[in-house]
Design a protein around this ligand. Structure first.
Ligand SMILES: [Zn+2]
Length: 497
């Protein structure tokens, strides 16, 4: 069944959107939230499990201190208050990927609460208020076998991998985000993008949306324009790319409007996002008063971080990534477009390091966003994954600056770096790439070029200096591009004056 949709612009003529984002971040601790099992991604199914994360009777959990530390650092970076005392709670429900039949989470006593993040959208700032960030554990993973789609419908049987069960998660929940209007899809995307950058800068997760280590659920509701009320919301689950966050919001706005225009009611439910077709489909109905029978976890002691520790952790916070970008852009003198390209190519860090190694910002940008971005693109990776370091790029540019290389020869040095032939200097020596500016070698080549092109030589003797280009070209060809073009020009003009 295809949903009826209202054109996006028409939605905004009648309704105000309200967003809510719930982002789960898988922490990169070495062990799980409540046991010592390893957390490495991609291991053989059910090889990273123990009685605790399998929920066997009698197993006792212990809180992972590193996970608490990461939770507090995330909370501080999101301008949250940090609870002086909080507890874990059991969230009871039955599902095969959750062997204990309850998830150990936090309920009315989250470790972090009342924060905010300022989100930039096209130069405009939206303050997204954070309701809470709490600790919990991940579930296992179901695999449905035998069907065409990998979904449970049509499958012969299902398998469960409990390696993921018990991996520490931080769930970050916003308050309703209102007033974004037509920019609601962009605000949602920018929030998740900035949050991901912040998590990466904190070093608490690799924050890979494609591997599920950061997952976004997108809540959306519409209310009559100007009413100031909140409509019934839907929750679109596990939207796993930034582009999909934006598209899912856009789709739900258009779908909600069509339902409301028809005089019908929005069903409060979870929905599934389909990356391939760009639509959401109905999941399960969800009431606000869903009864998870939460109660305090009796097997774990409360978490009571001392104020000294919290302040110590505040001292470890990195520069806010958005502020850092603004600072670097000003320092480097990049235009908005140059900066967007730099960030989009994943080149911010490598350019910063190349500049620190002595290269000008524009030269660093030229290599990383030109030649190296082209090669990265061919390999389907970001520039920071290339076998070329910022120090290599700085050295190549230094050789260009001192006249030992031109850009064309520099590209051959990069060929050598990609082939693992050593350092830039070793490659220049081994490949014989350095520019020849020695007059002895150049003079012979210039004489040869004059002899081979008597008509051109006559023109230059008659004062048509512009004709020198043809002779320079002939010399460069003979010298395989390794002649110092400026010195060649001088020699030609000397000889023909
Ligand atoms: Zn375990």
């Amino acid at each position: 069944m295809t949903d009826t949709l209202v054109a996006f612009d028409d939605v905004l003529a009648t309704y105000d959107p309200a967003l809510g984002l719930e982002v789960h971040v898988e922490l990169n601790t070495n062990s799980k939230m409540f046991c010592g099992c390893p957390t490495e991604f991609g291991a053989e199914p059910n090889t990273q499990v123990c009685p605790t994360c399998l929920g066997l009777p009698g197993a006792m959990p212990v809180v992972n201190g590193k996970a608490v530390e990461s939770a507090i650092r995330i909370g501080l970076a999101l301008n949250c208050d940090i609870a002086e005392w909080c507890r874990f709670a059991r969230k009871n429900y039955f599902y095969p990927d959750m062997p204990k039949n309850f998830q150990t989470s936090q309920y009315d006593e989250p470790i972090c609460f009342d924060g905010y993040m300022d989100v930039d959208v096209d130069g405009e700032t939206f303050r997204v208020e954070i309701e809470r960030a709490h600790m919990e554990e991940d579930t296992g993973k179901s695999l449905h076998v035998g069907g065409a789609t990998g979904r449970i419908h049509g499958a012969d049987h299902s398998l469960v991998d409990y390696n993921r069960a018990g991996i520490p998660l931080i769930e970050i929940v916003t308050k309703p985000i209102r007033g974004a209007g037509a920019k609601a899809p962009d605000v949602a995307r920018a929030y998740v993008a900035q949050l991901r950058d912040l998590i990466v800068a904190l070093g608490v997760s690799d924050a890979r949306m494609d591997q599920g280590s950061i997952r976004a659920d997108v809540n959306l509701s519409l209310s009559p324009k100007g009413s100031g009320t909140l409509g019934t919301r839907t929750e679109t689950k596990n939207v796993n790319s930034l582009r999909s966050v934006e598209r899912a919001v856009r789709y739900e706005m258009s779908r909600h409007a069509a339902v409301l225009d028809a005089g019908e009611k929005i069903l409060q439910e979870t929905r599934h996002w389909h990356e391939d077709t760009g639509v959401t489909t109905s999941g399960r109905e969800k009431s606000d008063a869903e009864d998870y029978r939460y109660f305090p976890e009796p097997d774990l002691v409360p978490v009571a971080p001392s104020r000294e520790w919290v302040e110590e952790l505040r001292g470890t916070l990195p520069e806010n990534p958005t502020a850092r970008r603004a600072r670097l852009q000003a320092e480097w003198g990049f235009s908005d477009l140059e900066m967007r390209d730099t960030v989009g190519a994943g080149a911010l860090d490598v350019i910063e390091q190349t500049i620190a190694a002595g290269t000008t910002p524009q030269a660093a940008r030229k290599w990383w966003l030109g030649e190296l971005a082209r090669r990265a693109n061919e390999q389907g990776v970001l520039v920071d994954a290339l076998p070329v370091t910022p120090a290599d790029v700085a050295r190549v540019q230094a050789l260009v600056d001192e006249g030992s290389l031109n850009d064309k020869l520099a590209r051959q040095v990069f060929d050598g770096l990609f082939a693992g032939e050593g350092t830039p200097d070793e490659i220049v020596a081994a490949r014989g790439l350095a520019i020849v500016s020695d007059d002895g070698a150049l003079s012979t080549a210039v004489d040869n070029a004059i002899a081979a092109n008597p008509d051109v030589a006559d023109k230059i003797r008659d004062g048509k200096v512009a004709a020198a280009g043809a002779l320079i070209g002939a010399v460069m060809k003979e010298m395989r591009g390794q002649a110092d073009a400026g010195r060649v020009r001088e020699l030609i003009l000397e000889k023909l004056s």
